[in-house]
Every structure is written in structure tokens, then in C-alpha cells.
Design a protein around this ligand. Structure first.
Ligand SMILES: Nc1ncnc2c1ncn2[C@@H]1O[C@H](COP(=O)(O)OP(=O)(O)OP(=O)(O)O)[C@@H](O)[C@H]1O
Ligand SMILES: [Mg+2]
Length: 504
């Protein structure tokens, strides 16, 4: 017997100017169910959830939530009403106060300050009970800024559960998690749904969707194009529902490596914590070569990326680009030396959200003669550049004169990719380049990286996605605890062991 329905979205529509983000989308959710919401970048998934949560007011349509046994209309456009109805949301980008502790973050805002002071003990007891029941554990009295990404996410979920959520929305919850953290999350989700919670989760990772959801709903260009029970689905079926066609696969041609494009000689850096330190790294990335760096995040990847993008300086050793040692590395000297970078944290390091899409597309070359003459920006050139890149790289959204922060997560990544690939850099630092991208867009990134390699660029590919590394890299190194080691094997299992620090 099917569990009772607890939520229905009825023909919700939302436009942003000329963009139809949602077009009469209807969806039901049942108690204890895990519903996966899929669709290409910009299909309208986050928008739909934002309407459910009251962040956006729909242009039309309604939402009903089960309350005291009756389906009751939800007041739209009011997050407080959604919270009161038991709807909780964990966003694609976390919303925690980093200087406050877990406890304060969870409790803050749900209790008036005055009574909260008096009821700290009761609040603590409630939170501990929720941790126990859900299996979600995070250190209570540590400032959230000191927690790992996985722990921060648990805090976000705890925050929703503390507010008695019966419906939990997770927007790309595993995009920022290590494979182990993702497994833990899904174990926790299973426990929570057994206790009656209903979950909607958005993901681009078909493998986890197939493993952990009960039902799948697919959006395409703002419309719901289908729904399927997970037991009846496989990767191909879903891919076809999402894009209406099969995704092409690019084959990797054999190529002989050329001269070194990037060389690290005995480089060490001591970052703020062990997570961003690197010890005595030596390697080269050559022209016509993709070097893959496999590893669980937090093992020194950020130090490596920081060095290559000029954000960190080596404490010992040297970094050379194209055979020339960079004596004073900073972001500008690295860009000038020919390094193009696809940063891991695209919102923070990749774009300036308040500037337009067109401006962000030239942000790393504002001093170029075609962009700027005698201190004046050449608006026509910037616009022409934006028109070309938007088309070539399929950046979808509200248009090139809109603020970049209004793009969907995946389209922000496409903007960055367009900016990098268009400059034909001799070295490309690709740090988690397909994170948050839909299948088609991810395949496109692979194609572009291979194209750059063919043209003669060297690529340093840092990724947690082993399939991505195995599919693209000519050579593989594993990073663990700040140490790099070259692999001779391409065996998944063996690479996995090296990633965990168990050297053969
Ligand atoms: N506040 C806004 N103003 C203007 N356009 C917006 C706004 N929010 C979303 N959009 C546009 O609506 C469309 C749907 O965006 P949405 O964020 O819902 O996509 P998504 O399916 O979540 O994509 P992704 O997988 O990349 O996260 C996109 O074209 C996006 O640029
Ligand atoms: Mg989204």
C-alpha cells in the first residue's frame, strides 16, 4: 500500500523576464518517499523548489500540504509559512553563519532571542535527540567555519529537522561531498525516511539517483517531461528523458607528450591547515597531455590549485610555466604566463556575482587592448565577445546583461569554461570541472579539455570523480595527505586504495 500523500504542487509557473523557468509543473510527494528531481542545467529544478519554500512567488499555480490529516493550501511566497507547514530546504549554496557554532546556527531564528537564552538546555536536549534519531552528527560547540563541508551540510539538515520538517528538499546535496560523505548522507536519509520524513533531492549523478531514490521526476526547459519509478529506470532511460537524445561520448586519441607546460620542482607549501598543505611535490605536465590528480578532497588539492593559480606561494621549491620559472607568483603573473583556471569554488573564485555575464566573460583580461583603451572599457567589444561565447558554449539564462549570480549553478560553470577555453591557455588548471554539471554539459567539458590537449595545451585535472580521471587523463597521480605519488595502474580498486592512503 502506498503511503499517504503529503504534498502536491499544482501547475506552478514562474517566468523571469523572457525566461520561462517553470511551466505549469505538477508533482506529488508521499510520506517516507525519496523523490529525485532531475534535469539539465537551467531546467528549472531550483526555481521549483524555491517556490515550494516561499523564496519565489509563483506566477500561477498552488501548493497543498497535508496538515492534521487534510490537504491544506500553502500560503505562497512566504518562507515562514513553508517552515510552519514543515517544509525544510538545504540550498545548493549553504546559508550558515560561519562564526557561530553548530548549536547557535541550528537554533538561531527558530526561537525568539529572549526565550532562547532561557531555554538553551531544552534546545540542546531537543537537538541531541534529533541527532540520535537521524544519525546526523556534527560537533555542537564548534564554529561552523571550522567544520568540513560534509559536516556543514549536516548542520543545514539538522536546522531543518529542528524546525520539525516533514518534507526536506536537498538541492544537489552530494555535489560538494566526498564519496564517503555522500554514502553517510544517504544512510542518514534512509533513517530519516523510515521515521516518516519525505525527501526531494536534486542531483546530476545518475548512479546515486538510481541507488537511493524511489521515484524520479524529470524537468526539461521548465516543463515536467516525465516521471518513473526508480526500479523501472536505468541510466539510458533517464538520460533520454532529460535531453531527449543520447549523450555523445568523445574518444581520447593517443598522443605523444611535448615540452613541459608546468613544472613543480620539490615544492612545499604550508597552508593554514593540513588540508591545504603540500609536501615536496615534483612533476611536470606536458603539452598534449592531461595529468589527472585523483584523491579525496581535503588532501592538499587546494594547495596544489592555489600554487598553480598564483594564490599561494611555495615555501620551498620552484614553479615554472612553459619552461620559465615564475619568481613572483600571483594570479596576474600566472594568467600572463598562460595559465587558464577553472576554479573549484566557482561562486567565490570564479565570478563576481553583481557584475553582468558579459563583464564576467572578460574579467581576467580587462587590460587587453581590445577590451580597454586609455582607461575606457570598450562596451561594444565586450558585448560582441559575450554574444559569441554565449552561443559557442551554450550559456543559458536571463541574458548577457543580467547579473551573473542570476545564472543557474551549471550555467555559471559554463560561463567560466567559456572564458578559459576561449583564451587558448597553454596550461589549463581544471579543478573539479564538471561538478554540478548535467551529463551533456559534463561530456562537453571533456570534449573541450581533449580539444585543448590536441591543440597542444597541458591540462592539470584535479577531480574526485574517478570515472572522469580514467576517461580523460594520460597519466594519473594520487594526492593523499599533501603527498603526490604517480600511479602505474589504471585499476579502480587499486586507485581507490591509494586514495585512502594505503600504498601497495
Ligand atoms: N532570480 C532569477 N532571475 C532571473 N533568472 C533566473 C532567476 N533564477 C533563475 N533564473 C533562470 O531560470 C532558469 C532555471 O534556473 P534554475 O536555477 O531553476 O535551474 P536548475 O534546474 O536548478 O539548474 P542547475 O542544474 O544548473 O542548478 C535559468 O535559466 C536561470 O538562469
Ligand atoms: Mg539548481
Amino acid at each position: 500500500m502506498e503511503n499517504p500523500k503529503i504534498l502536491s504542487l499544482n501547475a506552478l509557473s514562474k517566468r523571469f523576464g523572457s525566461v520561462v523557468a517553470n511551466d505549469a509543473v505538477s508533482l506529488d510527494l508521499h510520506r517516507g518517499e525519496v523523490l529525485a528531481l532531475l534535469g539539465e542545467n537551467g531546467a528549472g529544478k531550483t526555481t521549483l523548489m524555491n517556490m515550494l519554500f516561499g523564496h519565489y512567488l509563483p506566477d500561477s499555480g498552488s501548493v497543498e500540504v497535508l496538515q492534521d490529516g487534510v490537504m491544506t493550501p500553502l500560503q505562497l511566497g512566504h518562507p515562514q509559512a513553508a517552515l510552519a507547514a514543515g517544509i525544510g530546504m538545504v540550498h545548493q549554496h549553504f546559508t550558515l553563519a560561519l562564526n557561530l557554532t553548530t548549536f547557535d546556527n541550528v537554533v538561531l531564528g527558530s526561537e525568539p532571542l529572549f526565550s532562547w537564552r532561557r531555554n538553551r538546555a531544552a534546545a540542546r536536549a531537543k537537538l541531541l535527540a534529533i541527532m540520535e534519531q537521524s544519525g546526523l552528527v556534527a560537533p555542537l560547540d564548534t564554529p561552523v567555519g571550522q567544520l568540513s563541508v560534509g559536516e556543514r551540510q549536516r548542520v543545514e539538515i539538522l536546522k531543518a529537522l529542528y524546525r520539525d520538517a516533514r518534507i526536506l528538499v536537498l538541492d544537489e546535496p552530494t555535489a560538494v561531498l566526498t564519496p564517503q560523505e555522500a554514502d553517510t548522507l544517504f544512510e542518514n536519509v534512509a533513517t530519516m525516511t523510515q521515521n516518516g520524513l519525505a525527501v526531494i533531492f536534486i542531483s546530476h549523478k545518475l548512479r546515486e539517483v538510481l541507488a537511493f531514490s524511489n521515484r524520479i521526476a524529470v524537468l526539461r526547459h521548465g516543463q515536467k517531461v516525465g516521471e518513473i519509478a526508480t526500479k523501472d529506470a536505468d541510466e539510458r532511460v533517464i538520460a533520454r528523458m532529460m535531453v531527449g537524445a543520447d549523450t555523445p561520448v568523445t574518444a581520447r586519441e593517443t598522443m605523444s607528450p611535448g615540452t613541459p607546460m608546468l613544472t613543480l620542482k620539490d615544492v612545499s607549501v604550508q597552508g593554514q591547515s593540513k588540508r591545504d598543505s603540500l609536501s615536496r611535490a615534483s612533476f611536470s605536465v606536458h603539452s598534449h597531455e592531461i595529468l589527472g590528480i585523483a584523491g579525496v578532497s581535503g588532501n592538499g588539492q587546494s594547495a596544489l590549485a592555489g600554487l598553480v593559480s598564483g594564490l599561494m606561494r611555495p615555501d620551498r621549491g620552484t614553479v615554472s610555466v612553459g619552461g620559465t620559472e615564475i619568481s613572483r607568483p600571483n594570479p596576474l603573473t600566472m594568467i600572463t604566463a598562460g595559465v587558464g583556471r577553472i576554479p573549484e569554488d566557482r561562486h567565490h573564485d570564479g565570478i563576481v556575482g553583481a557584475m553582468t555575464v558579459a563583464e564576467n566573460m572578460v574579467i581576467e583580461r580587462l587590460n587587453d587592448a581590445d577590451i580597454q583603451t586609455r582607461g575606457l572599457l570598450n562596451r561594444d567589444a565586450i558585448q560582441a565577445n559575450a554574444d559569441r561565447l554565449t552561443k559557442d558554449y551554450d550559456v543559458r539564462g536571463p541574458g548577457s546583461d543580467a547579473a551573473a549570480r542570476l545564472l543557474s549553478g551549471g550555467n555559471i560553470q559554463k560561463l567560466i569554461l567559456a572564458r578559459v577555453f576561449d583564451q587558448t591557455p597553454r596550461l589549463i588548471l581544471a579543478n573539479q570541472p564538471t561538478r554540478g554539471l548535467d551529463m551533456g554539459a559534463a561530456a562537453e567539458v571533456g570534449r573541450r579539455l581533449l580539444e585543448a590537449r590536441k591543440r597542444g595545451a597541458g591540462v592539470l585535472l584535479i577531480s574526485e570523480d574517478l570515472d572522469e580521471i580514467l576517461g580523460l587523463a594520460d597519466r594519473i597521480m594520487v594526492i593523499h595527505d599533501g603527498q603526490l605519488s604517480e600511479l602505474t595502474t589504471r585499476d579502480r580498486e587499486e586507485i581507490g586504495l591509494s586514495m585512502a592512503g594505503e600504498h601497495a
